[in-house]
Design a protein around this ligand. Structure first.
Ligand SMILES: Cc1ncc(C[n+]2csc(CCOP(=O)(O)OP(=O)(O)O)c2C)c(N)n1
Length: 524
């Protein structure tokens, strides 16, 4: 084989092997250096592709796709240089939320790094703290190197899924020519079959005995993986209480009134457990976090490969699948008032008539009818805690809690044809507005923008309030027009600014029609 076709061959290898492993979705960012990969994806014919100019958005969009697929790998492909660096936010989020995002970054040939060549920066290991695996393809003038690169793909695939799901990075040096056709007779090595472990049942007899006579607080953090029937069975135990916020996606609880409930989570004898069992992502409620940190009782945690000390202590680690473990550990019912004491806090928030933030959330809530509800960060996710559970799939980028990718993540999920209601603050919307820059604007995404004139979370916190003269620098009151931004990207736009307008809008708007991006600005 002639060396001229090396890059084209390696791109074809990458695309074919990831396809054989089961990947189907790629978000492609335009560029020259990654052209062989783009061509290979298109030539393959089996891939679902979208093209996104801003790599930061592309990374989050691929993350939203992975999510919508039920936490399956999806890739984002960039050209070389700062394009690659722009994936860092999404990689950090994928790391903390355990999503198998593949960052495929095209690179210059190694000899051109550090020589002031165009778009040539150091790209090896750039996402090092955030990835389960990172590797570089060998540039070869010799087809034998294909087996080495194939091996990297297999290792990346395995590392993205076990022992702890998460992002991986493959850096692909690509030499010119970019556009030579793939020789037909070329024999690429075939992808190996990868058998991932099936969770084995855990021996729990001894640990189960320790639950006897104990008041057990189960803290189920953010996840899309819980089997709700198992958790409902736990919730029906008088001696146990399952604490889960809405991002835990456990409709077995009615609601969690974070204001009323968490305000006085002082340690009192009735609420104090004898044992805490926790798993999943972090909880949003700061008061709950503080409550847990103050407890001086044993903490057990369950997971595979990832055991954060979210509440400062772990007395026992169980390496197991959470659902299997919880099913196997389910104790017999005991006489106890523990569940009912906690249930008193499990209050569904009442309707609020006024047109201020709390009232706006309560009013729009019954109209969030999509397959998915995505919540933006900042005040939005905190107001959301007060609302009843829906039984829908709900998500928030709560790993790194950045405001930079919530919109693009929702676009990613909607790009699979899943309808999405995204509730987002005005600053977060403006930050990520070019996530609406899509070749297809006809995705079933409805965006509810809570326009309170800035990042109002800061004026609601005690600390920033004490330095009022500095507050404008944190709140960033903004001059941009949500209408113009929405319309610039071809979205349908509506504005509601009072209870009366809401009454009119909600009775006349066709909520079941979701044919293209819609932006509903709620001015409060
Ligand atoms: C990438 C990133 N930059 C900055 C922040 C800090 N930050 C947290 S909340 C916030 C303001 C968000 O305002 P908005 O979306 O309007 O929501 P509101 O506070 O009004 O509820 C900022 C700047 C962040 N979380 N992520």
């Amino acid at each position: 084989m002639s060396g001229k076709h090396t890059s084209v061959v390696q791109a074809a290898l990458l695309v074919q092997h990831l396809y054989d492993y089961g990947m189907r979705h790629a978000v492609v960012c335009p560029g020259s250096r990654n052209a062989p990969i783009i061509h290979a994806l298109v030539a393959h014919g089996g891939w679902e592709l979208s093209s996104v100019i801003d790599e930061r958005n592309a990374g989050f969009q691929a993350l939203g796709i992975s999510l919508g697929l039920g936490i399956k790998p999806a890739m984002v492909v960039t050209t070389s240089g700062t394009a690659a660096l722009n994936l860092a936010s999404a990689m950090a989020e994928a790391d903390l939320m355990n999503l198998p995002l593949f960052a495929i970054t095209a690179d210059r040939p190694k000899e051109w790094i550090g020589q002031q060549d165009n778009q040539a920066i150091v790209q090896s290991n750039i996402f090092q703290p955030y990835v389960r695996y990172s590797a570089e393809f060998l540039q070869s003038k010799n087809q034998d190197f294909s087996w080495f690169n194939a091996q990297k793909l297999a290792e990346a695939w395995i590392a993205s899924q076990t022992p702890r799901r998460g992002p991986v990075h493959l850096n692909i040096p690509i030499a010119e020519p970019f556009y030579s056709p793939l020789e037909q007779a070329l024999l690429l090595p075939k992808a190996s079959k990868i058998e991932l472990p099936i969770a084995s049942s855990h021996n729990v007899t001894e640990a189960k005995r320790e639950l006897l006579g104990k008041k057990i607080l189960v803290v189920a953090g953010q996840s899309l993986d819980y089997h709700s029937e198992i958790f409902s069975a736990w919730q029906s135990l008088p001696q146990a209480f399952v604490f889960s916020e809405r991002l835990a996606n456990l409709p077995s609880m009615e609601g969690w009134n974070s204001e009323g409930a968490c305000m006085d989570l002082e340690l009192n004898a009735a609420k104090a457990p004898d044992l805490v069992i926790y798993f999943g992502g972090p909880v949003v409620s700061k008061r709950m976090k503080l409550f847990l940190k103050r407890l001086d009782v044993p903490f057990w945690t369950i997971g595979s490969g990832f055991f954060p000390k979210t509440y400062e202590k772990i007395d026992r680690y169980f390496v197991a699948d959470v659902n299997e473990w919880m099913a196997a550990m389910l104790p017999e019912k005991e006489n106890s008032s523990f569940n009912s004491v906690w249930m008193e806090e499990n209050i569904v928030a009442n309707e609020v008539e006024t047109w201020e933030e709390k009232g706006i959330y309560r009013k729009i809530f019954p109209f969030l009818t999509a397959d998915w509800i995505h919540w933006g960060n900042s005040g939005v996710i905190r107001y959301a805690l007060d609302l009843p559970f829906t039984g829908k799939k709900e998500w928030g980028n709560r790993g790194a809690s950045g405001i930079d990718g919530s919109l693009s993540t929702a676009v990613g999920t909607a790009s699979l044809g899943e309808s999405v209601d995204l509730v987002i603050g005005d600053i977060s919307f403006g930050y990520n507005a070019n996530g609406l820059w899509q070749e297809k604007g006809n995705l079933p995404l409805r965006i509810w923008v809570i326009n309170n004139g800035g990042g109002k979370i800061f004026s609601s916190l005690e600390g920033p309030k004490r330095f009022e003269e500095a507050l404008p620098y944190q709140e960033t009151p903004h001059p941009f027009s949500i209408q113009k931004v929405a319309e610039a990207f071809g979205a349908e736009y509506h504005r509601v600014a009072s209870s009366e307008e809401w009454a009119m809008f909600s009775s006349s708007f066709n909520f079941s029609k979701r044919e293209r991006f819609q932006v509903i600005e709620l001015v409060g």
